[in-house]
Design a protein around this ligand. Structure first.
Ligand code: UDP
Length: 468
């Protein structure tokens, strides 16, 4: 018998950052809006530690029907240095056939297909099954840039990064040329064309879900809704802030035990996401700046960028720290080289600051934990996120020179750490971030803006299914 619950399919592209928010979206659709969700996980290889933890805990929650598709290995077709945007859209294109047969086995045919930013190549499969098609993206401002990019492509001459003036987006904050997203850095590359294609596909979708909320991004969201000629006519749903929910603890990390022993808001957490790496010189400066600041810390350290990996030290991340650093700081902090329980660390009362690459999940996790940020953007849309957090929202400080442009020196690092952890500016940011935490949580509760947006989306799905 046909269930009256709307049935949606979510396809999550490879990478922890996508998986974490796609799972949360699915959980919300099921728990709060009576959807049934079949959730397809796409991997490039064996699941990483982070990916398998997320899949396991989603399975334990039993809200989603999780289907892991066979890993897609394109190493024979792509160069090892193929940039992320091109690589992941190629991976998602490759799964079209597998997804088609998986969806045809679902009876009755689901109403809606939701993909993330790299999943637009499989939206054609939704058309074949007369399903509604939605794209779930991270933050609003980079989305505006992406939707407007086809127009910029016609209007702007030369490279975006070489423009003398900020790039104007109708109704939105302008984008500084140096902040444009990675795929727009070089217009001669395939990456740029993949980016434009994804923007065009999003414009043709039945709706865009954004992991933000009305109070945080009002101006940008309103501009995208009212300036149809600039941004297209796909409805924009602000459905966030969706971050990893507190799951059953598999085993309690020693990092949390250590945090239990530290004073309230005294620890700086330092991490650069699942892929972020620093140069060897930057690792030295960061370590020295931390030591000068004499603040407590937890640092998730990865080996440096490939060009800096030396034969004698190899992949041993700790070997890139200055001599004696671990001994001198053993009373102050911990350096870990494994996957860390980031959202639990940020939620812990002893954590008082986050030196972050400003991936959108990390930014939201910090805001929802009431923790101010030292913004250290590295790639993708992180520079735009950092600018917004520092200049619009007022919850972050950042170095004078972008970390992608040069090495941030130890004195500046010491100064930023002190500012956030013990200065007046840190206090003000902490106050602001707490207001945002409250407003974000409110958006998700019944009657809140994001809850209502998902209810509207659910209505659209149900109406569509009754017309089929
Ligand atoms: N993460 C984690 N432990 C780590 C590194 C990352 O739990 O050691 C999680 C982090 O909490 C976040 C996600 O991985 O939920 C990273 O997403 P984000 O968008 O911040 O960055 P990305 O990795 O996509 O660049």
């Amino acid at each position: 018998m046909e269930s009256s619950n709307p049935h949606a399919v979510i396809v999550s592209s490879p990478g922890v950052g996508h998986l974490v928010r796609d799972i949360e979206l699915g959980n919300r659709l099921v728990a709060d809006h009576n959807f049934r969700v079949t959730f397809f996980v796409v991997l490039e290889d064996q699941a990483t530690v982070g990916e398998s933890q997320l899949i396991q805990s989603a399975k334990a929650q039993k809200l989603l029907d999780i289907v892991q598709l066979p890993p897609v290995d394109l190493s024979g077709q792509l160069q090892p240095n193929t940039p992320t945007f091109t690589r992941l859209t190629a991976v998602m294109r490759e799964i079209s056939e597998t997804l088609r047969s998986a969806i045809s086995a679902l009876k009755p045919t689901p109403i809606a297909l939701v993909v993330d930013i790299f999943g637009t190549p499989v939206l054609d499969v939704a058309d074949e099954f007369h399903m509604l098609k939605y794209v779930f993206v991270s933050s609003a401002w980079p989305l505006a840039l992406m939707l407007y990019a086809p127009i910029l492509d016609k209007e702007v001459e030369g490279e975006y990064v070489d423009q003398k003036e900020p790039i104007k987006l109708p109704g939105c904050m302008p984008v500084r040329p140096q902040d444009v997203v990675s795929p727009m850095m070089d217009r001669t590359k395939q990456e740029y064309h993949s980016f434009l294609q994804v923007g065009s596909k999003i414009r043709k979708s039945d709706g865009v879900l954004v992991n933000t909320w009305e109070d945080l991004d009002a101006a940008t969201l309103n501009a995208m809704r009212s300036e149809e000629e600039s941004y297209g006519s796909a409805p924009i749903y602000a459905v966030g802030p969706l971050i990893r929910s507190v799951g059953p603890p598999a085993s309690r990390s020693q990092l949390l035990d250590w945090l239990d022993e530290q004073p309230v808001e005294s620890v700086l957490y330092i991490a650069f996401g699942s892929l972020g790496v620093l140069s060897a010189q930057q690792i030295t400066e960061l370590a020295s700046g931390l030591e000068l600041s004499q603040q407590r810390f937890i640092w998730v350290l990865h080996p440096p960028s490939k060009k800096d990996v030396s034969a004698d030290r190899g992949d041993n991340a700790l070997a890139y720290l200055p001599d004696g650093f671990l001994e001198r700081t053993h009373n102050l902090g911990l350096v870990v080289t494994q996957w860390a329980p980031q959202s639990d660390i940020l939620r812990h009362p002893s954590t008082g600051g986050f030196l972050s690459h400003c991936g959108w999940n990390s930014s939201l996790e910090s805001i929802l934990s009431g923790v101010p940020i030292i913004a250290w953007p590295l790639y993708a849309e992180q520079k735009m996120n950092a600018t917004m957090l520092a200049e619009e929202v007022g919850v972050a400080v950042r170095p004078k020179v972008a970390p992608t442009k040069g090495v941030v020196g130890r004195e500046e690092i010491e100064m930023m750490v002190r500012k956030v952890m013990e200065g007046q500016e840190g206090k003000a940011m902490r106050g602001r971030v707490r207001e945002l935490k409250i407003s974000g949580e409110k958006a998700l509760t019944e009657g809140g803006s994001s809850f209502t947006a998902v209810s509207q989306l659910a209505k659209q799905c149900v109406m569509n299914s009754s017309q089929r």
